[in-house]
Design a protein around this ligand. Structure first.
Ligand code: SF4
Length: 360
């Protein structure tokens, strides 16, 4: 049983829970200060809160529920990845990605343990779906990465394991706590939610008052190819997705970021770029093209660098804003769900070795 997580509470909710415990009003300010300003990671640190109250609170609420485990740093030192263990002993990962000037520090967080959607290029799809993360656990991913790296996040992206729009309420609550002035204070324009194209989620998101950003993982220029790589595209088909995104950009006056993984011999032909450009015309957007970072057991490979550059050039020639991004931290398995997938793979190989020994 997972206890309510205090990182998902607003100042008013903390004041209300303390008033239920018959505490004086000033305690709320003290507690909010410890949780969100000083970022206390343990109850013991809260020296001006009476011991009995700390014991009462720790019985009912979680302050930190993630235990840091495996940690990797990319060769260029710009990308770091942590695997955390949840209170119910599952792995969840978060990544810190710095730009070269070290002025932009993006924390990429997961929204569930495993993923329901099974995209074939994705490491997160290799293990079973276990459960959605709570808003508090997602906010804690940011808190833990900041504490472990000693650096404040400038941006947060919901782009790790999980489809955020299948955990809509908790993801929005987490984004609001990360954004709130009495939370982590990161501007809404610096918080991006990335979907593989869950149309009902995009429609709800269009009506949210905050200026959060939307990214869509497209990865294919037409319905047939998209269905092969993103099984959820059968339900939320490309034509309808693009119409909903046209409406979204008109209603919100915000552009959409498209993510497009370039896979050799599958979606990186010049004709694919031409079709993609036709499909996206009229949608205010930018397109991030990312050479594929192979996952364990996959036969797919990234295209040659020249092919990737040509793909981007075709999009640009047609008036689209496109960039070719190196997969950040590919040497530390930083792509979506990879560290967790390697752990699952290692565990299953160890279990197999153990069983084989038992049979001998
Ligand atoms: S790409 Fe996203 S939606 Fe698809 S399996 Fe991976 S985590 Fe899930």
């Amino acid at each position: 049983m997972i206890k309510p997580h205090l990182l998902s509470y607003t100042s008013e909710e903390i004041a209300s829970l303390l008033s239920d415990l018959k505490q004086p009003k000033f305690r709320a300010k003290q507690l909010v200060d410890w949780i969100f300003i000083k970022r206390a990671a343990s109850w013991e640190e809260m020296r001006n809160i009476p011991k009995e109250l700390r014991a009462q609170l720790s019985d009912k609420y979680t302050l930190r529920g993630l235990t840091p485990g495996e940690h990797k740093i990319s060769a260029d030192g710009l990308t770091e990845k942590w695997l955390f263990e949840t209170e119910d002993q599952h792995g969840v990962e978060a990544v810190l990605i710095r730009d070269k000037k070290l002025s932009r520090r993006t924390v990429c967080i997961s929204s569930s343990l495993g993923c329901r959607l099974g995209c074939v290029f994705c490491a997160s799809a290799q293990g079973p779906f276990i459960r959605d993360l709570t808003a508090g656990e997602m906010v804690e991913e940011v808190a833990q990465v900041e504490a472990l790296s000693g650096e404040g996040a400038t941006n947060v992206v919901f782009m790790g394991t999980g489809e955020p729009f299948l955990n809509y309420d908790e993801v929005l609550l987490a984004a609001r706590r990360i954004n709130a002035a009495d939370g982590f204070g990161i501007g809404a324009r610096h918080i991006t939610i990335s979907t593989v194209g869950v149309i009902p989620g995009i429609e709800l998101f269009a009506a949210e008052p905050e200026d959060f950003r939307l990214a869509v993982s497209l990865h294919a220029p037409n319905q047939a190819a998209r269905e092969k790589i993103v099984p959820a595209a059968k339900k939320w088909e490309l034509g309808r997705l693009l119409s909903v995104l046209r409406r979204y950009t008109r209603a919100t006056r915000r552009e959409v970021t498209f993510e497009y993984i370039l896979i050799d011999g599958f979606n990186a032909h010049p004709n694919d770029a031409i079709l993609l450009a036709e499909n996206l015309s009229g949608i205010p957007c930018k397109i991030n093209c990312i050479p594929y970072n192979p996952i364990p057991g996959s036969e797919w490979r990234p295209p040659e660098a020249r092919t990737c550059r040509e793909f981007v050039a075709i999009l640009e020639d047609r008036g689209l804003r496109a960039t070719l991004r190196a997969e950040k931290g590919s040497d530390i398995s930083a792509a979506c769900g990879q560290l967790r997938a390697y752990r699952l793979l290692k565990n299953s190989q160890e279990a197999k070795r153990h069983n084989d020994k038992g049979k001998k």
